[in-house]
Design a protein around this ligand. Sequence first.
Ligand code: UD1
Length: 431
Amino acid sequence: MDRYIIRGGNPLAGEVTIGGAKNAALGILAAAIMTDEPVRIENMPKVTDTEILLKAAEGIGTKVTHEDRHTVIMDSSHLQSTFIDDEYMKKIRASYYLVGALLGRDKKAEVPLPGGCNIGVRGIDQHIKGFKALGAKVDILHGCICAEAKDLRGAHIFFDKVSVGATINVMLAASLASGRTIIENAAKEPHVVDIANFLNSMGANIRGAGTDVIRIRGVEKLHGTDYAIIPDQIEAGTYMAAAAACHGDVTIKNVIPKHLECITAKLAEIGCQITEFDDAVQVTSYDPLTSTQIRTLPYPGFPTDMQPQMTVALGLAQGISIVTEGIFDNRFKYVDELVRMGASIKVENNMALITGVSKYTGTDITAPDLRAGAALVIAGLAAEGETTVDDTSYVERGYEDFDGKLRELGADIEKVSDGWSAERARLKLVN
Ligand code: UD1
């Protein structure tokens, strides 16, 4: 089992380049199997979640060629099955995008129920409601979502809650349904727009992505395309929060500053200086941080996927901060670990009351999920002494070369695999 060993206290300084958006990539990889023609995708992040989805596509007959580290070509002209039989798929949330994609393409899909981060109940009722509205029969059988339709017909769908996954899934299936689909109360996240743009580049007819009403006119078939994925809003935000917590001066390159506005606004509020460039943002944090209040909301609100990283920064901010989780019902599990590092945080239901402390101190901690794992690494970087974060697998689901990029910024962090290498890394860090 791999773990991070961190000797904290170094301010972060320099430049970091952000990769393609993981959550866009997952929808795009699923969409890519909806055509028989080759699809070339650039800026594909090399993280475990995308690798698992690519493996699953290969498992049903997609030919995957890696042109370079971040460019894949997918050829699904010989797709053999609509049954995804891959035990790893159960570990990622986005496995459900294959239901929308296969249902659209072959009118049939059988996909293991999604896993992903353990951050509370994560229903799929809105996905099922959407598929049923399009005319599919949907059952949960033996741990799989089984969906089938004679014909998929466009429909007027009102989501009862804003769901990124359900919006994308229905967009996928409806692209190849007959007639017009209208999705009301749609999610507006940047990656919803990116996946709509990708589908449109394959010949789909989707309008309104990025607003809460999406209109889709179904087409008969989709064709090949050549597409570059947008930069990852959350990876960028994570380095911004790290710069804030570690009192750094970090320029985050290859970003869309507009997508980061909800994060930039909060960092400015707590005392960071933010400079925006065309495709970069610079975060400097020399003064003590000050408290604020944050509530996570669907886009353009503050992203739930940035909640743990900001909580770590606010734990070091003067005064009392309040962070309210508005999306998931169990996303403060990492707080116990942070308290073991000296944070003063009380959690009641979906609210964290944070009294800023002057420092964290290093200890051995466990990453409970992807974003909390990244947040605990930030806490370790800001802490006095040594922190071990166990293990790295959650973080690697969504961050490419996290430790390498942090080292480039001056962090003392090593990824180690076993007891011996842990000891070696410890000695190396001490020397
Ligand atoms: C996606 C992101 C995840 C992010 C989340 C919210 C991917 C692969 N994952 O997850 O990183 O944290 O958006 O921005 O893109 N819900 C239901 N029924 C449904 C669907 C959702 O009750 O059918 C609930 C969920 O339990 C959750 C809330 O709605 O409480 C939002 O979920 P949703 O937006 O669907 O998140 P995901 O697509 O799972």
